[in-house]
Design a binder for this molecule. Sequence first.
Ligand SMILES: [Cu+2]
Length: 222
Amino acid sequence: MLSHVVGSTNRGAIGLIVVDADIELPPHRKILAEGPRFNDAEMRGYLSDAKRVINPFGIGTGTQDRPVVFGPENKEVHVSIIGNSFYPKVIQIAPGTKVTWTNEEAFTYMAGEYSGIHNAASISFPEDSDGFAAPLLAHAESWSHTFDDNEWTYDYICTPHPYMLGRVIVKRSDYDLSSARVASGGELDNWVLPLLGLTLLLAQAHWYCSEKILNDLHKCLE
Ligand SMILES: [Cu+2]
């Protein structure tokens, strides 16, 4: 079985199957251009047996689509929309971070469905929040939302293509790189000068002692 999602994605697969025109196949073995057909029960069985799901438009399992973590030093984080998919699909940010979505599809056209036009609209949000909903974005258009203090996992979709899924995890960080840098700098200043003084003192003492020992030795030898 060979299957692949076909869409305007930036991740693709290409292959070539060469079949002799006069090949004789047993009746139960056929090459189907449209792939094998499974009924609903069979599909449910395959999905429940799946160890790892890789989803070009949604969020995969396991090591696929692990959160890209941005610390509180990042005041603005960018998410690209390309190939009917958000990139990165899962981000973790600190409260107060501004997230900017940019449509980076090469083309925008409307034929049947909206192609190349996307947005980002939250489908889960805290009770005291309205979540977020971007307007439809055409090629190279951006939209930003600044997340408030709520720690929350926001799942979002693209309204014209609800199979497109993204996730923003708002979480207070265990560290703050910006303040840590100041603290270690301050500590360094407190320690460096006394340490330098002590080193100089010891060097001087050593020099004095060596001089004295040499003098004494010299006296003994006289
Ligand atoms: Cu879309």
